[in-house]
Ligand binder design. Structure first.
Ligand code: ATP
Length: 375
């Protein structure tokens, strides 16, 4: 990556399969429209093939050209990939997003969960309006290390191995503490990182906790604590407004992030970023949702928020405050549309499909831009 900040940012766009294609199309239209509202750097968005359906048509699930483009781009915008019944000859599914995490060393899966006006209030407690936490999921090892390595023995036993390394745990823990520091500045509240593990049962998890504790000592301004993963599942339902930043291994993070999305009404408003030291990939936390694919029913909100996370990441990395302002404009436009309630996504029982939601958020951009200037 060059030292001098570029004026054009190359973005590799990988729409993938199912609703991934629909929400990506919407997000590209929104990013283009937002760009026209300011004089900041230009994003050059180029689309590349990848995914289960590309594989089923005779291509590769992750063609070398696409991987190269992802590696050379300033950031990757990713829809969703995977499709029922599309399998490799050995029975496993093509899951290019997991390959990209390994290839680009995207070790931190960042999943923010925030309630805002217009989202369903799933929990009856009024305090649930204050839900605002981030789950950081380690993404290059943990139980997912077993992918492609599991074995079934002649004795009729199956084994999948969890890998927890010191460097892997140190870097994801540091990431979580640094994120907590940034949130502390923004929210003006005490920062806290919670290590989510099962240290009372597994050696690997006790080691994860020990390494986390050694990193915690380097961040004296941030509180740290621990929770067992089962207790955290309960806390997420009982009092999620008390959470700040959570860090956990790959599989626990996979499960808890769907639970967390459920707290704000479903997958349609849960963004995510897969971040490493050199690369960043931004995608909604949801999958391809074959049940609603191609029907204009998907909520593009999670994808919009992922696009905003991409702008923030680029802004920070290349010292481009205009891009951070553009991210706020997108978030504000989405918040305005949902809060006014005239447009309600089908996911929440309304009538607005993907296209209607996209048009409404794009139409709200100028007002969002004005509101940000006035603040
Ligand atoms: P994966 O196995 O990769 O998690 P999936 O398609 O089986 O993928 P998800 O995409 O996570 O599962 O979603 C589960 C269900 O939630 C979908 O079947 C769909 O009904 C709903 N859903 C997910 N994303 C959205 C969205 N953006 N808008 C509306 N509904 C959604």
């Amino acid at each position: 990556m060059s030292e001098v900040s570029p004026s054009v940012f190359e973005i590799a766009v990988l729409p993938g399969d199912g609703i991934g294609v629909e929400v990506t199309q919407s997000c590209v239209a929104l990013l283009d429209a937002a760009q026209k509202q300011d004089r900041g750097p230009v994003l050059k968005l180029t689309t590349y093939d990848a995914g289960a359906q590309h594989y089923a048509k005779g291509g590769e699930a992750l063609p070398a050209r696409t991987l190269d483009a992802a590696r050379n781009a300033h950031a990757v915008l990713f829809g969703a990939m995977g499709w029922p019944d599309v399998r490799y000859p050995d029975g496993t599914e093509p899951i290019p997003q997991l390959d990209l995490r390994m290839e680009l060393d995207l070790y931190a899966g960042v999943r923010p969960i925030r309630w805002f006006a217009g989202l369903p209030q799933v929990l009856s407690n009024e305090k649930a309006r204050a839900i605002d936490f981030v789950l950081v999921r380690e993404q290059t090892e943990g139980l997912f290390y077993a992918r492609g390595r599991g074995e079934v023995t002649d004795a009729g036993e199956a084994f999948d191995t969890m890998k927890i390394s010191r460097p892997g745990t140190e870097r994801v823990s540091r990431f979580a503490f640094e994120l907590a520091q940034v949130r502390q500045k923004r929210r003006g509240k005490e920062a806290r990182v919670t290590c989510v593990d099962k240290a009372n049962v597994f050696t690997s998890m006790a080691f994860f906790r020990e390494v986390f504790d050694s990193v915690a000592k380097q961040y004296s301004g941030v509180r740290s604590d621990h929770a067992y993963v089962d207790a955290m599942a309960l806390t997420m339902v009982n009092k999620p407004w008390t959470l700040d930043v959570l860090v956990t291994e790959n599989m626990f993070g996979d499960i808890l992030s769907d639970l967390a999305a459920g707290l704000i009404g479903g997958m349609g408003m849960a963004p995510s970023a897969d971040v490493g030291d050199e690369h960043g990939l931004f995608q909604p936390a949801h999958g391809t949702a074959p049940d609603i694919a191609g029907l204009d029913k998907a909520n593009p909100g999670a994808m919009f928020l992922s696009g905003a996370m991409m702008l923030d990441w680029l802004a920070d990395r290349h010292d481009q405050p205009d891009l951070a302002r553009r991210a706020r404009m997108i978030e504000t436009a989405l918040e305005m549309v949902l809060a006014r309630g005239a447009i309600r996504p089908m996911e929440y029982g309304g009538t607005a499909g993907t296209k209607a939601m996209t048009e409404a958020v794009i139409a709200a951009l100028p007002e969002a831009a004005r509101q940000l200037i006035e603040v």
